[in-house]
Design a protein around this ligand. Structure first.
Ligand code: PEP
Length: 252
């Protein structure tokens, strides 16, 4: 049984005060939930307060990016060592917004994945096709290339630890989610490729999340799919009520 993960990606939203308020209201609502992991990936400036507030709770902390060196003259960057130090367990890597606006390539993502693992952070590695690629029937090719290149030189042991997020680019922040069937089709393909790369035991263990315009109304059906092990949630994770409903969508 794979333990589901529901992770919030707050992107560049929320001040320290807003973070405090969210966590104060959110924690009591989810304090009894242990059959799934709940993760808040907050902006760097909110990591410290979030870390203090989440200590000894069942909610884990994540960052949204990091550099691939542990220290050095890299102005403006943040290292895996620093993320570990502040209490992060997870880090989102290769999000399509980073690929698009900050020119992150699969090989940069790969360096980040390897170094995150070295410091004991669990990478949530995002892969997904654009609308154009889907329309040209290139979805599987794109997923296979991104997967192989982002995870290059990974041992089977490490491959089991990481989390993959299938995030079709056309579904992110657009209000247009993938259908449960589209999510299942892509995610079973990812699991198949995983089996080819790392063996079927590892492929059965790796958790594959869906991300892209998840809402309380659409997530239950997506979560019911065999190869969907949770969600990476952007916009709908910014409000306590909607994120809580997503976290608990199949409990009602
Ligand atoms: C995301 O940021 O990873 C995401 C899926 O965003 P949204 O839920 O807003 O589409």
């Amino acid at each position: 049984m794979r333990r589901p993960i529901i992770a919030a990606n707050w992107k560049m939203y929320k001040t320290i005060d807003e973070t405090k308020q969210f966590i104060q209201n959110f924690l009591p609502k989810v304090s009894n939930i242990y059959d799934r992991e709940i993760v808040l990936c907050v902006p760097f400036t909110s990591l410290y307060i979030a870390s203090e507030m989440l200590k000894s709770s069942n909610v884990k902390l994540g960052a949204q990016n990091m550099y691939f060196e542990d220290k050095g003259a890299f102005t403006g960057e943040i290292s895996p060592l620093m993320l570990k130090d502040i209490g992060c367990s997870y880090v989102i890597l290769g999000h399509s917004e980073r690929r698009k606006y900050f020119y992150e390539t699969d090989s940069i993502v790969n360096k980040k994945v390897l170094v995150a693992l070295k410091y004991g952070l669990t990478p949530i590695v995002c892969i997904g096709e654009t609308l154009e690629e889907r329309e040209q029937n290139k979805t599987f090719n794109v997923l296979e290339t991104q997967l192989k290149m982002s995870l290059s030189n990974l041992s089977s042991l490490d491959a089991e630890k990481i989390v993959i997020a299938y995030e079709p680019v056309w579904a992110i922040g657009t209000g247009k989610n993938a259908t449960p069937q589209q999510a299942q089709e892509a995610q079973s393909f990812i699991r198949e490729k995983y089996a080819e790369l790392y063996g079927s035991v590892v492929a059965e263990k790796v958790r594959i999340l869906y991300g892209g315009s998840i809402k309380p109304e659409n997530f239950k059906q997506i979560m019911e799919q065999k190869d969907v092990d949770g969600g990476l949630v952007g916009g709908a994770s910014l409000e306590v009520e909607s994120f809580y409903k997503i976290v608990t969508c199949d409990k009602k």
